[in-house]
Design a protein around this ligand. Structure first.
Ligand SMILES: [Zn+2]
Ligand SMILES: [Zn+2]
Length: 219
C-alpha cells in the first residue's frame, strides 16, 4: 500500500525562479579523461559537444595521432568554417562577415540566374500570346487545350497548348507557386474551377485577337 502511494506522490520540483548558473566558456578543447587521467577524447569548448565519431571511442587507448584528430575535431566545432573565427555556442556554418563575402561572390551568378528566369517567362508569355492569336476562343471545345490543377493551393490553369507542352511545374511538381509568381504576365487562364479557367483563357484570347486586328487595321 505504501509503495503505491509513492507512485502518486508529486515529484519534487526545483525551486522556482532560480536562474540556472551560466556554463563556463572555455577557450581550449575540453579533455575527456578517465579517473586515472588517461585522456580519450575532447569536447568542444563552446558547446561541449563531442564532434569526433563517438562509435570510435573504444576501450583501446587512442594513439597520439587519433587523439590529435579528436582534439582538432573539438577545436573546429562552433567555428566559422571559412575563417576559423569562434562562433556562439552551437552555431554552424560561416560567420557574419564570411557570409557577406560569399553573398557578394555569388551575386553575379545569382543575377544571371534571375535574368535567365525572366527571359524564360518573357519567352513563354510571347509564345502563349502567339498561340492565342489563332486559337478559336468561341469553339465549344477549343483546341489545343490543357487544363491543369496547380498544387500548393493554386487553383486551375488553362493553356492553349497540348498537355506535353504545358509547364510541368503546374500539374506535376510542387513548385507551381514559384512558376506562378514568375509567369503572371503570360496570358493563361486562371480560376477557381476548370470552367472559370477556360472562360478566363477565352477572354484573354479575344482581347489579344481584338488587339491584333486593331493594330493590323492601323498598319
Ligand atoms: Zn561546438
Ligand atoms: Zn568567417
Amino acid at each position: 500500500m505504501a509503495e503505491q502511494q509513492v507512485l502518486f506522490d508529486e515529484p519534487e520540483r526545483p525551486e522556482p525562479d532560480t536562474p540556472a548558473p551560466k556554463p563556463p566558456r572555455y577557450t581550449e578543447p575540453i579533455p575527456l579523461a578517465a579517473p586515472d587521467g588517461t585522456v580519450f577524447g575532447y569536447a568542444c569548448p563552446r558547446c561541449w559537444q563531442i564532434r569526433s565519431p563517438v562509435h570510435a571511442f573504444t576501450r583501446v587507448e587512442p594513439t597520439a595521432e587519433v587523439l590529435a584528430q579528436r582534439r582538432n575535431d573539438a577545436d573546429r566545432c562552433c567555428r566559422c568554417y571559412a575563417c576559423n573565427r569562434a562562433l556562439a555556442a552551437g552555431s554552424l556554418g560561416k560567420c557574419k562577415s564570411c557570409r557577406a563575402k560569399s553573398e557578394e561572390e555569388e551575386r553575379p551568378r545569382w543575377e544571371a540566374w534571375e535574368k535567365a528566369q525572366e527571359d524564360d517567362a518573357a519567352a513563354f508569355a510571347f509564345r502563349l500570346r502567339d498561340e492565342l492569336k489563332t486559337w478559336d476562343a468561341d469553339r465549344p471545345d477549343p483546341y489545343p487545350l490543357t487544363i491543369a490543377h496547380g498544387r500548393d493551393g493554386l487553383k486551375f490553369f488553362a493553356f492553349p497548348l497540348e498537355l506535353d507542352e504545358a509547364p510541368g511545374e503546374i500539374a506535376a511538381r510542387a513548385c507551381a507557386m514559384f512558376w506562378y509568381d514568375r509567369n503572371q504576365g503570360a496570358p493563361f487562364g486562371y480560376g477557381p474551377t476548370p470552367e472559370a479557367a477556360l472562360a478566363d483563357l477565352r477572354e484573354k484570347a479575344r482581347a489579344i485577337q481584338a488587339e491584333a486586328r486593331a493594330s493590323n487595321s492601323k498598319g
